[in-house]
Design a protein around this ligand. Sequence first.
Ligand code: M6R
Length: 366
Amino acid sequence: EKNGYDHFMLKEIYEQPNVIKDTYRGRLHTDTGMIKMAGVEDNLQKFLNANRILIVACGTSWHAGLVAEYIFEEFARIPVEVEYASEFRYRNPIINKDDVVIAISQSGETADTLAAIKMAKENGAFVFGVCNVVGSSISRETHAGAYTHAGPEIGVASTKAFTTQITVLTLIALRLANAKGTLTKSDYFRYLQEMELIPQKVEEALQTNDVAQKVAAAYKDASNCLYLGRGYNFPVALEGALKLKEISYIHAEGYPAAEMKHGPIALIDEQMPVVVVAPKQEHYDKIVSNIQEIKSRSGKIIAVVTKGDTQVKDLADHVIEIPEVSDALSPLVTTIPLQLLSYHIAVMRGCNVDQPRNLAKSVTVE
Ligand code: M6R
């Protein structure tokens, strides 16, 4: 059932254009400007009255939550806090009945996330689930929800669950923005239209596979790796680092690019590969200067850039080119080459890509 692919992970990476489409199909109506999700519509007032949205999740789902924080705040102007479910459940958090809690989980069985949901419910919050597995514990325990339509994810390293989670969360943010009037009509329609172009853009991003493989060959023996990104692409840097460490066992860390000078820059020498997520986006010039700082310390720069980029290209050791995409939707595209890069590195190191050591697909124990 790997469909001719060597591993489930690679198959799942390549499924992304289709499953993203499956996830917005029937929900996104660009012609009429409507977004229809029963779980959101039935509870619209709760979302609109929310003083804040609390997102709880673990691992990759937590990274999707961080992307959602940026999107919700920008589109719908609702304050968002993102928490590790494991911390949230044990720290006596402040939960009000006007809070909306969104729990994100591929498996719908993660013990810490489930416990966080129960706690939020006991405190009177409205709890909304974003799950992939239909009928899972979390989908049953939440008051309402919206499924991702990623299909079964077998590889322990989450890939298509991540991009479909971001898809669902973006639709919710757009729905709320439309109800609140926090986006201009033209921006709102532009995002709906662009959402429909995402599968095509992800398809194009998948064409970076050969380049990702070449870059992988050059760095497969590294013992450390840094990932940097800004804004919407800061969580993408975290996710890139998690993918690399879990399947290749290379120590990797993700940082917001500007945090480099507060510590991690001390690590940089000619042995250190630094993956910089640097598409044309707001504050592009800032990331260019971050790259210059790495270069002047002889770090090796692997940059994910927008097609046609010249500035970063001149500085980087390797560039991976992705199609142009607006800042808010860029994580859906920039994340693709990072998945491919870690996949190839893990394969070249002879690792068990689909079932990395010490890890389980669903973490049902705390
Ligand atoms: O099933 P969940 O989304 O709740 O799982 C959360 C994490 O355990 C999961 O994302 C984990 O971090 C993955 N192995 C990451 O690739």
